[in-house]
Design a protein around this ligand. Sequence first.
Ligand code: ADP
Length: 449
Amino acid sequence: MFDKVLIANRGEIALRINRACHEMGVNTVAVHSTVDADAMHVRLADESVCIGGASATESYLNIPAIITAAVVTNSDAIHPGYGFLSESAKFASIVEEHGIGFIGPTSEHIALMGDKIASKAKVKELGIPVVPGSEEAINDIETAISVAKSIGYPILVKASAGGGGRGMQIVREQAELESALSRARSEAGAAFGNDAVYIEKFLERPRHIEIQVMGDNKKTVLHFGERDCSLQRRHQKVLEEAGSPALNADERDTIGKTVCDALAELGYQNAGTVEFLYQDGCFYFIEMNTRLQVEHPVTEMVTGLDIVREQLRVAAGAPLGMSQKDINFSGHAIECRINAENPINFIPSPGQVTDYHPPGGLGVRVDSGLYSGYRVQPYYDSLVSKLIVYGSNRNECLMRLRRTLDEYVIGGIDSTIPLHQEIITQPDFINGEYDIHWLEKMVERRSTS
Ligand code: ADP
């Protein structure tokens, strides 16, 4: 096992990784920007290094500063968390070149899956079902017209380097195609420095269902079941469940096996998530994330497995040490992403937390860096807490979730707790009947009533 791990991240996920390390007897190094010196992830790590200014480009995205921090502290591995450098193949390969362990997949697999056109082609070849669409980048309007005709409107123009739901354009008829294509390309070029776009069939009422996987360096890949992340606003996940209210155990086994067989052939190592749209009983691959996901705790709650612990073990060269039949699913878990935002208009709400009381009790987990007196910074993502609740079935989970949301006090700033309180009282949500567009419609109804 590693002696010392540098955590190249901040906030709740840095704390989460710190916890797993300490439980395994591994020392930790926190890195932080100048404005994060008082953050909880810095206070609870064994050592800390300031790596630069407030803006992420100066600090959490600053590769030379992070590598230097790892070298001077004698860290033997780096965990990138999610966001920031977690899906940078360049960062992973620089870490590897310095003889430091990278707690994640190989840089080759990060690069492959970061290119959505290439990854779709590869997984299709490995037997995973994909959304119908173009197999290559679309460079001219004639090709776009012919692809769109063959799959039928509506279609979606997507960025090959896309992330965070940016650079997507829905096209409902041919007349809109040319302008959507150029809009998508310029948005993708500006956001990702790569203007390659492709076309996919736009699914009208799918759910977003993703499979958590873990691979070791002995070509064993296991799945830890699915998460339903259909509740989204602007293509960003808001609330996630494990398992999906729409899936039965047989469907889970079948898609899980398809994914594991494909990734074992690829030799995939460490944690990953294969994302699908699911409609009318069929799965359609959209992308693979080669990192720990924000929503991983719901999987931990229903499997009893610590995903970060497994990441550390396999990165240190240990075999997974279990087989698929050892992974059992019990009960139900829901995660609410709590953002420092106004719950009505979603305007970010940085500032000082004056009062803080997290909920507790059986089956309740709060992953957060907040404390009373903490100042939420305007420079980073507005996610400040994840409330994760477990119940022996979905109904118990929902009742407990309602109780914990009522109990949670975050004073001094706006938070999206009231949004979650509203979601969980909607009959469609209670019945598990929602798709990826449902939340947007709920928010729209609010603004027109
Ligand atoms: P990103 O990497 O930007 O998050 P994804 O490909 O993962 O992009 O898609 C994000 C979300 O956008 C999905 O969860 C889904 O809500 C929506 N989406 C993506 N592709 C399609 C599609 N073909 N049809 C309908 N919705 C889609």
